[in-house]
Design a protein around this ligand. Structure first.
Ligand code: GDD
Length: 343
């Protein structure tokens, strides 16, 4: 019998990579999708066209739609990737963030175990839960979240994943994933925004762009590597939580430099703080700092220690920081070249 997996948030970056991975492993894959006016199928086009995955419309806000999706898909494994995943936006919509990121998981788990108490559940927890805790952060580090996003994810992690596992004996695990990127990353996240903007500037399609805090440090890995570990986490004999990270951190400024290197653009930094700019070889300003993109409270430095996952799951990242930046830069260059030649 084929194993069945239900992925919430299947239309996102991670959902699409995970769906491909599980289909490749022979799973029957079901995906929960919200009805929106945008084209959410973008990343799943080929899987849907070849009828390799099954889409169910549903919504993390409504227990009834989750119940229907669970009854239809009867999963052995559930991957909860659905979230209001934008940290910056969470300061503007804290209630919505809490309702999806915390209460959504509660609805999903409560319905799921009513149908099948033995179901295995993966929760997408996040390094944002560490907030102000100094690096390196691992499974024993304390959590000091500063954003509504981080707080809602921590509530889900503590009061559902940890508590249900301990008190009710459920098979439920958290992957505490540090930032993970790819050419499929949403366009408002900083790495993709940088790759798109610099590729367009390179091709003469745009003159400049703006960013917020250039000094924030993140531990950036490749999303394709990170979905493999979600699956591995659910195959362990006992449910447990794992930090997933590269162990290296870089500033936003360094990501700009790495993308520029890959695009063979020479840039120079001038000024400091809110006046900092980057200029190209002809002295033209291509990047400004804009206060608008600063967060009310920033997480300054995330760098994970994933020794436990390396030891117990045999997992390790395969894509370096420079290769990741180049992969994203070249994907955008190719895309915009194609678009340019099509007009
Ligand atoms: N988005 C964005 N846009 N971020 C900017 C910008 C900008 O113009 N300028 C500077 N930054 C800084 C942010 O302040 C932050 O410090 C850093 O770039 C990374 O921002 P994001 O790419 O938006 O990611 P994130 O770290 O806030 O959150 C991502 O990673 C988490 C794991 O730690 C998201 O994927 C979360 O959903 C995930 O949990």
């Amino acid at each position: 019998m084929k194993k069945r997996a239900l992925i919430t948030g299947i239309t996102g970056q991670d959902g699409s990579y995970l769906a491909e991975y599980l289909v490749g492993l022979g799973y029957e894959v079901w995906g929960l999708m919200r009805r929106t006016s945008l084209d959410p199928m973008l990343r799943l086009e080929s899987l849907v066209r070849k009828r390799r995955i099954n889409i169910i419309y549903g919504n993390m806000h409504h227990a009834s739609s989750l119940k229907a999706a669970l009854e239809m898909s009867r999963p052995h494994e559930i991957y909860n990737l659905a979230a209001q995943s934008d940290v910056g936006i969470s300061f503007f919509v804290p209630e919505e963030t809490e309702d999806i990121n915390y209460a959504g998981l509660k609805r999903l788990v409560d319905e799921a175990v009513r149908i099948n108490p033995k179901v295995r559940i993966y929760q997408a927890s996040t390094s944002e839960m560490y907030g102000k805790t100094l690096p390196p952060q691992n499974e024993r580090s304390s959590f000091k979240p500063v954003s509504p996003y981080g707080k809602a994810k921590l509530r889900a992690h503590k009061t559902i994943v940890e508590a249900y596992r301990k008190r009710r004996g459920l098979y439920i695990c958290s992957g505490i994933l540090f930032n993970h990127e790819s050419p499929r990353r949403g366009e408002h996240f900083v790495t993709r925004k940088i790759a798109i903007s610099l590729a367009k500037i390179k091709l003469g399609l745009q003159k400049s762009f703006s960013l917020g805090n250039l000094n924030a440090r993140r531990d950036w890995g490749y999303a394709g590597d990170y979905v493999r570990v979600m699956y591995a986490i659910l195959q362990q004999e006992k449910p447990d939580d794992f930090v997933i990270a590269t162990g290296e951190s870089h500033t936003v400024r360094e990501f700009v430099e790495a993308v520029a290197r890959s695009l063979r653009m020479k840039i120079r930094w001038k000024g400091t703080g809110l006046r900092e700019i980057a200029v190209d070889e002809r002295g033209r300003t291509i990047l400004r700092v804009d206060k608008k993109y600063y967060r009310p409270v920033e997480v300054n430095h995330l760098r994970g220690d994933s020794m436990k996952a390396r030891r117990e799951l045999g997992w390790k990242p395969t894509v370096s920081f420079d290769r990741l930046a180049a992969m994203m830069a070249q994907a955008e260059l190719k895309r915009f070249r194609h678009m340019k030649s099509a007009v």
